[in-house]
Ligand binder design. Sequence first.
Ligand SMILES: Nc1nc2c(c(=O)[nH]1)N[C@H]1C(S)=C(S)[C@@H](COP(=O)(O)OP(=O)(O)OC[C@H]3O[C@@H](n4cnc5c(=O)[nH]c(N)nc54)[C@H](O)[C@@H]3O)O[C@H]1N2
Ligand SMILES: Nc1nc2c(c(=O)[nH]1)N[C@H]1C(S)=C(S)[C@@H](COP(=O)(O)OP(=O)(O)OC[C@H]3O[C@@H](n4cnc5c(=O)[nH]c(N)nc54)[C@H](O)[C@@H]3O)O[C@H]1N2
Ligand code: SF4
Ligand SMILES: [Mo]
Length: 704
Amino acid sequence: MKKSIYSICGMCTVRCPIRVETENNRVTWIEGNPHLLGGALCAKGSAASALLEDSERPQQPLIRVGARGAGRWRKATWDEALDYVADKLATIKKEYGPESVVLSSRGGPWQNMSKAFIHAFGSPNYTNHDSTCGRNTHHASLSVNGVGRKGFAYDIKNAKHLVLFGRNMFSSLRIAENLQTLDMLDNGGRLTYVDVRQTMTGVKATRFFQVRPGTDYALALGVINGVIKKGYYDKDFIDRYVSGFDELCSFIEQYTPAWAAAECGVKEKDINGFIEEIGEDRPHVIFHPGWNLARYKDSFYASRALHVLNILMGNIEQKGGLFIPKGAGDCGVKGIRSIDFPKPDIKRGDGVGWKYTHFDKGPGLAHLFFANMIDQDPYPIKAWIAMRHDLFSCMPDPEKQKQALDQCDLLVSIDIHYSEFGWYSDVILPESTFLERDTPICQQKGLKPRLAVRRKAVEPRFDSKASWEIYKGLADRLGLTQYFPFATIEELWAWQLEPTGLTIEDFEEKGFVELTDAPVYYDGEKLAGQFKTPTGRLELVSNKLDGVGLESLKPYVSAMAPPKGMFRLICGRSAVHTHGHTTNNPLLSELMATNTLWINAHKARRMGVEDGDLVEVASENRSYCATLAAKVTTHIHPEAVYTVHGFGKDIPAQTRNFQAGVSDQKLMIGKLDDWDEAGGGVNLNETFVLVRKSLRNPKRRVEL
Ligand SMILES: Nc1nc2c(c(=O)[nH]1)N[C@H]1C(S)=C(S)[C@@H](COP(=O)(O)OP(=O)(O)OC[C@H]3O[C@@H](n4cnc5c(=O)[nH]c(N)nc54)[C@H](O)[C@@H]3O)O[C@H]1N2
Ligand SMILES: Nc1nc2c(c(=O)[nH]1)N[C@H]1C(S)=C(S)[C@@H](COP(=O)(O)OP(=O)(O)OC[C@H]3O[C@@H](n4cnc5c(=O)[nH]c(N)nc54)[C@H](O)[C@@H]3O)O[C@H]1N2
Ligand code: SF4
Ligand SMILES: [Mo]
């Protein structure tokens, strides 16, 4: 029988809306939801059918029988595995208190259930991946705007100029954003791209700055200087809504475009040309802070500088600018209910909220649990449940992580694959893939907010379960049933929708329900009260930062040059892979089976390395080394080498990506403790590596 189902892609966490066709319980076609994406989908989304059929994923619950990481498992029924986990959790709770259990998950629209579970269990220690992703940007936004990085969205389609600092959007995809950017370019908009190497985004840009690694803050300061000197800012907006402008003006005095050009290794005339362009295009200019702004020790300040530039452009709630995402209340309708449980009033184990008071308490900072685990300070951590989170490919230095995790009595992986963490854990609870499961309904905020739901397209191939069933199964065993008061997903949907007057059938026509017909903008003249800072104004100087001894306007410190004979390690994405979890996908591994090491052509020549030669790349202390092919190119700064994240996996059950290429996080020795106390992010890009030509290169034949 043929079926057509609207759902939400799960091949990465962008969660694009999709339409899936099935025949006799097999997927025959996947496309972007035609009502929202005109059918567009990326290669990863299309490869979801290969994920479904992949037998190199866990097929039933597994309980470890050998040593951690030895790969010896006992197959278990769901009842056995859930009983096992629940019993262990109950014992740990009794002996060490509920706070000794950490649960990490991927955040996003369905995080409530993970949070509710761990909070109802009694622990405040919910965390996620973000300290290696967007935390610097998030905290930078919080300090200036009073809202985090999701507190603004971007009206790219209507912009005249989009400025991207290390936001390689045509490889690190979000389909809706990509389509909007292409529309903007078609409408004559400009795209400025800043990176240490040329990329898919750079080649589409109207202006490209190839900067020295770690100098974005300098470039942003130089641009702020030019914008202020030329008067290309919105004076009225600043008078009304902004504080700290005079301090900014005196601080910026020394950071001229000429200075920035020298620091970043770009031409002064190009910076001045860019300043003229944004002067013309404002307020329809967007400085997109992306996620990471790359991950350097001053990324928090670089990101703050981009938020400042947005403010100078006066682009908030302007067409083609930044807007505050709207929800049900803004459309005059009632929102959905979500499973929720208040956070227990206990100190977090990562120190966020009491030791580090300027950070968002929400998910805390995952990397800070490790040192505390070893020191048992403020209390022992005895269990870690990782739900859609691979600690070892997410955070640096897996060997160091293992030493800390060995203090735990229970490690649980709720995953669709064997993740590197899962392979080391005690129990694997296999979740059904996104094509095989339903999810709760979620609200997607925006100019036209909507409700959306992921629907099961086919029955599970293996003995797996949806996460709502897994949490419910654990909750029932731990005496927490009252907080998960539903037996089926239909009951949960009905409970969620009750205040809205909608039913699940309302989602069938398009896969979502829009809460408004027309985009909702706030009146740009009446924004007072919208900014959640302590003063209610956008704060260029923050008393909160001052209060914890951090400067708001931090003098620039030049990025460190690599030690002699070494390179700075830069990592990023490929358009055909999602982090570490698609590199074993039968189709995607064919498209890209391994990563390579980008190396600057002049440097390579001096090392006798030609394009395609094997090179060895080793961590600073030489404890980890991998051999892979060099991609020799002039399109990367000579101080850096670059590789795609997600390879160098060591899981024998996954044969397609086993030991293929290099693992960037295994090269990041000691980086678990190298993080930005202002922004909270791990300084992934402050890693230096050794590179040499491999002795394993085949001998070249002499051309006769
Ligand atoms: N295909 C695909 N798409 C994805 C993902 C995926 O795994 N695969 N993941 C999603 C996620 S979780 C995220 S966070 C986003 C990430 O989206 P992006 O942040 O756009 O992605 P990255 O590839 O990490 O981009 C980092 C870029 O920063 C550059 N860079 C390094 N150092 C510097 C520097 O000093 N200055 C500047 N200006 N640039 C520098 C790198 O060369 C690289 O091109 O992508 C999302 N989209
Ligand atoms: N060295 C280095 N470290 C990095 C980065 C880097 O570029 N270099 N990038 C950083 C960034 S931006 C991010 S966002 C993080 C990402 O770090 P993670 O969030 O840990 O990475 P992912 O690979 O996206 O997914 C984690 C796990 O989710 C599983 N999974 C996928 N789909 C499902 C599902 O439907 N259900 C369940 N239960 N599990 C699922 C995958 O199999 C995988 O094991 O890594 C960060 N760490
Ligand atoms: S970007 Fe690609 S993989 Fe990610 S959700 Fe969208 S279609 Fe799926
Ligand atoms: Mo990310």
